[in-house]
Structures are given as C-alpha cells and as structure tokens.
Design a protein. Structure first.
Length: 136
C-alpha cells in the first residue's frame, strides 16, 4: 500500500531548493521533468528513502488534482480516499523548486564536481544504503 507524503520533504529530496546539486545519479534527476506534464506518466513518485511514502517534494511541486498517477493509484486501491485527500491538501513550508525541470537542472548542474556539502550528503546516503545516490 502506498503511503501519503510525509509532513516535510526528506533532507535529501531532489525537489528541495536547499539540497546541494549533484547528490543523486543523473537517471534520478532525469525522472523529475516527466511529471511536469500530469498526463505523461501513469506512475507515482516515491520518496528516495524507501519508506513507502509518496515523495513529499513531488506532491508539493506538482498539481496533484490532475496527476494521472494519483488517479490510477486511487482507482486500483494503492491510495485510500483519505490518502488522496491528504495528497490534494498537502502543503509544506520547505522551499521547493517550481517544477521538476527546475529541480533536475539544479541537481545536474554540479554532477561532475559536487561541492563539500553534496559530498557529505552522498556519503551519508551511501551509509544508509539509500538507492541510487551519486557514487564518489
């Protein structure tokens, strides 16, 4: 069962404006702009922390009212009516990029040369066995 988004996007969420560039592998950043078109993907976007929650950053950035993935998850029972309501009502005070394309552009900007903060976060993610962070 899919869980609704956490109260705040996780500290390494690629949609967060305060997460350094270059943390995630390029294929992870390439997924983000696809969801700017609510009809482009029947999928939902899960948190990279593998908690089973929808990505709170993804929910916060996109218009969930028209997201085909949310509608399909509700139809096939992966999301309960209460979960759908939580998705539609979701807000956060964490600054997020205005789109998946903007988040991806930021994230990929320093893939070749991640700064000290990005390197610290990558190492932390690798220790927790979180899938697909950048490898150093």
């Amino acid at each position: 069962m899919t869980k609704p988004p956490a109260k705040k996007p996780c500290p390494s969420c690629p949609y967060r404006c305060d997460v350094p560039s270059g943390v995630w592998a390029d294929e992870e950043y390439e997924k983000l702009p696809v969801f700017d078109d609510p009809n482009a993907s029947p999928a939902v976007f899960y948190c990279h922390q593998q908690t089973g929650h929808l990505c709170a950053g993804w929910v916060g950035v996109h218009d969930m009212e028209n997201m085909i993935g949310i509608r399909l998850a509700a139809l096939d029972g992966r999301l309960t009516p209460d979960d759908v309501e939580a998705v539609l009502d979701y807000t956060t005070d964490v600054p997020l990029f205005e789109s998946g394309a903007a988040a991806a552009a930021h994230g990929m900007d320093q893939l070749a040369t991640p700064d000290t903060e990005a390197t610290r976060l990558i190492r932390k993610l690798l220790k927790t066995k979180t899938p697909i962070p950048r490898t150093l």
